[in-house]
Design a protein around this ligand. Structure first.
Ligand code: ATP
Ligand code: MG
Length: 413
């Protein structure tokens, strides 16, 4: 029998009704693709409403495999929680021999032991197993090092008596949600700041396959923002798996707006261009929504009035998963998903370059449409920008080699 090393629980199945099977298959294939890409000799298998990672035969696990698996599973869309499994033969002596290992996993936290018997013929009842194992843990720990708590405990030691063996594990939290690929596609407007990578992550967690697009002002602006966007996309690919970033040059559009539109409307006009460009990309990809990192009132341009005018240029719904979050809450998530450091790098981005002294905070659609009428080259410049889009592909945290012979038009994405 192959050794189970990790047990994974998923959630939200009840909500999905008849889609349960498809969801499980999707999560399983995402996990296996990830394990393979990371060269971890483990395979995911579905059994009794949860997933086990089993060791491959004749392939030794690297010494740091637990750290690697923990880093992956704690941010894996669809994984509610997971635990590293210890396996014992079906007798109390073998089970109690595992006590020192479990002591190390709960030390410093209040804990309880919970036992469940799938095999009801086992000699001890569940509560008897719980008591005996907790006693063994106390014997194995230094005096006063362990603190049990029946309620409000921080760690739970799970014991399951299965048909052929006993498994023991401590649950560690995942992010839950749905497996990527189960909720369709969306194009995400990715800047170099804190917000948009977090917004992209939030929808990956809901099963959406995200296609980030970054608008840049090269060569006028240094490449810092561009590099940051690439690094953020690479980071996000560690969560999503395969991911394609589009880099779209918008400097000519900005210059046209700067030269021909009222200064206070620059930001709103540029954002409307972003929406049109992202909508065209989404149509090519058969994506069903756009995503931005906006939060109501965070900066002058992010008022409800402006959002109304900006969204009127989009042909798809605009999802703003951060609209109700404070900056502090957003940065907390950025830290957890590992994008904070890249987003904190100072850089001159597209918009700071053209920032008006007093940006419009209550744009009126009529006024903005009139201003757009006086931008005769806008449509042609937007078409040109899309034609010059450059694609960068990533998978599971790594950039993929681009085949120089490959046609990189956006249709091929
Ligand atoms: P962020 O932290 O995501 O940069 P922000 O607080 O700086 O956001 P803005 O610069 O007003 O806010 O941008 C609002 C949203 O517009 C961003 O969250 C992002 O979705 C989108 N956006 C802004 N600049 C760009 C860009 N250069 N390329 C792609 N999308 C962008
Ligand atoms: Mg920004």
């Amino acid at each position: 029998m192959k050794t189970s090393r990790v047990i994974i629980h998923y959630d939200e199945i009840a909500l999905k009704g008849g889609k349960r099977r498809a969801f499980e298959d999707r999560l399983l294939s995402n996990l296996n693709a990830c394990l393979k890409a990371r060269n971890l000799p483990l395979r995911a298998r579905n059994a009794w409403g949860r997933i086990f990672l089993e060791e491959l035969e004749n392939a030794p696990l690297p010494p740091d495999w637990q750290q690697q698996v923990r880093a992956v599973l704690s941010l894996f869309p669809g994984v509610a929680n997971f635990g590293f499994v210890e396996v014992a033969a079906k007798d109390m002596e073998a089970l109690e021999a595992l006590a020192p290992v479990l002591v190390r996993r709960v030390i410093g936290h209040t804990f309880r032991v919970t036992a469940r018997r799938t095999d009801k013929r086992f000699a001890l009842k569940s509560f008897e197993i719980e008591r005996a194992f907790a006693a063994a843990m106390f014997r194995a720990a230094p005096d006063g090092a362990l603190k049990a708590a029946m309620r409000g405990y921080e760690r739970e030691v799970h014991i399951e008596v299965l048909a052929e063996e006993i498994v023991v594990y401590v649950k560690e939290p995942g992010i839950g949600g749905l497996a990527v690929g189960s909720s369709g596609r969306a194009v995400s407007l990715l800047s170099a700041g804190f917000d948009s990578p977090v917004a992209s992550f939030m929808l990956m967690k809901r099963g959406v396959t995200v296609f980030p697009v970054h608008f840049h002002s090269s060569p006028l602006v240094s490449d810092e923002a561009l590099e940051a966007a690439r690094d953020l996309a690479q980071h996000l690919s560690a969560v999503q798996g395969r991911l394609t970033l589009a880099l779209v040059p918008v400097l000519p559009i900005q210059q046209h707006i700067r030269d021909h539109a009222p200064e206070h409307l620059r930001i709103v006009l540029l954002r409307r261009s972003f929406m049109r460009l992202a909508s065209r990309q989404a149509e090519q990809l058969r994506a069903l929504a756009l995503i931005t990192g906006e939060s109501v009132g965070q900066v002058a341009s992010q008022t409800l009035e402006n959002m109304l005018v900006i969204d009127a240029a989009a042909t798809l719904p605009v999802l703003r998963p951060l609209s109700g979050l404070n900056k502090r809450e957003i940065i907390d998530i950025a830290r957890r998903i590992g994008t904070e450091a890249v987003s904190a790098r100072p850089c001159d981005d597209t918009c700071s370059l053209f920032l008006p002294k007093a940006p419009e905070t209550k744009a009126k659609l009529k006024q903005v449409l009139a201003a757009e009428q006086r931008l005769p080259q806008l449509a042609a410049l937007e078409r040109a920008a899309l034609e010059q889009a450059e694609l960068v592909r990533f998978a599971w945290g790594r950039e993929l080699e681009t085949d120089p012979a490959e046609d990189t038009t956006r249709e091929k994405r």
